[in-house]
Design a protein around this ligand. Structure first.
Ligand SMILES: NC(=O)c1ccc[n+]([C@@H]2O[C@H](COP(=O)([O-])OP(=O)(O)OC[C@H]3O[C@@H](n4cnc5c(N)ncnc54)[C@H](OP(=O)(O)O)[C@@H]3O)[C@@H](O)[C@H]2O)c1
Length: 277
C-alpha cells in the first residue's frame, strides 16, 4: 500500500499523536510526517520523542513539538492544552495504550485502574477537548486505536480487552455524530502487530498462533480508512477474515492457551494474589 495516504489540506497543518515514542504511534508519526503534516508528539519519554521528532524533521522537513506527558494523570488536559492551543490541529491520533497479560486474581488494584485510565479516560478527555475544535474548523479527523476482538472478552487480558471495547464503541458513536460536521472519526483495532509490546508480553513468533502484521501496513490502512471516513477498520485482510469467521469461543480458548503457556514459562511474570493486595 502507498504510504502517503493522508491529505494534508484536510488533516493538516498539525497532527497530535499520543504514544508517538514507540510502535504504532511512532509509525503514525512517520507516515503523517511523510504527508507534510507537522507533529505534536506526546508520550512519557521525552528523550525518545525528541529523537523521533528530530529524525522526522530531518527526513521530511516538517515542524515538530514534543510533550512529555503521562496520560494516566488526573486532568492531564491542563498540561496538553498549552502545548496544543496555538497550533491548528487537523488530525488527532489517540493511540497510547498498554496491556499486561496475567491472571485477574493476581492483578494489583492500582495497576488495573491505571490501565483503565490510559485505555479509556485518556481517549475520552482527548475527544472532549478536540472534538469542538475540529467541528469548529469543519474538517479534520480523529483516529482511535483499539484492539481486535476486544468486545468478546479476552482471558488473561480481561481489563485490557474490556477497556479497548470502550474505545471501539465510543469511536463508532462519535463517527456518526461528527460526520455531518465535516469531521472524520475512525477506530483502528489491530490484531497482533510487530511492535515492542509483543516482547513485553513474552510472545514470539514460535509462541504466537499467527504471524503478527507489519506496523507499516497497520498504520497505512488506518490512515486510508480515516481519509475515506470509515467508522472502523480492522487492519489486515487475514485479520478481517478471521474476525468474520472464527467464533468468539474459539478465540477465547486459543488466547487463553497461548497466555497460559507464556505465563507458565514465566515469560510474563504473574503477580501472586498476595502481592496484589
Ligand atoms: N502491537 C499490538 O499487537 C497491538 C494489538 C492491539 C492493540 N494495540 C494497541 O496499539 C496501541 C499502540 O501499541 P504499540 O503496540 O505501539 O505499543 P508500544 O510500542 O508499547 O507503544 C505504546 C505507546 O504508548 C505510550 N504510553 C504508554 N503508557 C503511557 C502513558 N501512561 N502516558 C502516555 N503515553 C503512554 C508509550 O510511550 P512512553 O512509554 O514513552 O510513555 C508508547 O509510545 C495501543 O493502544 C495498543 O493497545 C497494539
Amino acid at each position: 500500500m502507498m504510504e502517503k495516504t493522508i491529505d494534508n489540506r484536510r488533516f493538516g497543518p498539525w497532527a497530535l499523536i499520543t504514544g508517538a515514542s514507540s510502535g504504532i504511534g511512532k509509525e503514525f508519526a512517520r507516515q503523517i510526517a511523510a504527508s507534510g503534516i507537522n507533529l505534536l508528539l506526546v508520550a512519557r519519554r521525552e528523550d525518545v520523542l525528541r529523537e523521533v521528532g528530530a529524525k522526522l524533521t530531518g527526513d521530511f522537513g516538517i515542524g515538530h513539538r514534543v510533550l512529555a506527558l503521562d496520560l494516566t494523570e488526573d486532568n492531564f488536559i491542563r498540561k496538553l492544552a498549552p502545548a496544543a492551543d496555538d497550533l491548528d490541529i487537523g488530525l488527532v491520533v489517540s493511540n497510547a495504550g498498554t496491556a499486561q497479560p496475567g491472571e485477574f486474581l493476581a492483578k494489583k488494584r492500582d495497576e488495573l485502574l491505571g490501565l483503565l485510565r490510559l485505555n479509556t479516560l485518556a481517549h475520552l478527555e482527548i475527544a472532549h477537548y478536540f472534538c469542538p475544535r475540529l467541528s469548529a474548523r469543519k474538517s479534520g479527523g480523529l483516529l482511535f486505536v483499539g484492539a481486535m476482538r476486544s468486545e468478546i472478552g479476552i482471558p488473561y487480558m480481561a481489563n485490557e480487552a474490556a477497556s479497548k471495547a470502550y474505545v471501539q464503541s465510543f469511536a463508532q458513536a462519535l463517527h456518526f455524530e461528527l460526520k455531518p460536521l465535516g469531521v472524520h472519526v475512525t477506530v483502528l483495532p489491530p490484531g497482533p502487530t510487530e511492535t515492542p509490546v509483543l516482547a513485553k508480553f513474552g510472545l514470539s513468533l514460535e509462541t504466537m498462533p499467527m504471524k503478527p502484521m507489519k506496523v507499516e501496513q497497520c498504520v497505512a490502512e488506518g490512515l486510508q480508512a480515516l481519509y475515506l471516513n470509515r467508522s472502523l477498520m480492522i487492519p489486515g485482510r487475514l485479520n478481517r477474515i478471521m474476525n468474520a469467521v472464527v467464533p468468539a469461543f474459539v478465540v477465547r480458548r486459543l488466547t487463553a492457551s497461548t497466555f497460559k503457556k507464556t505465563l507458565a514459562n514465566n515469560l510474563v511474570k504473574p503477580q501472586s494474589p498476595k502481592e496484589s493486595r
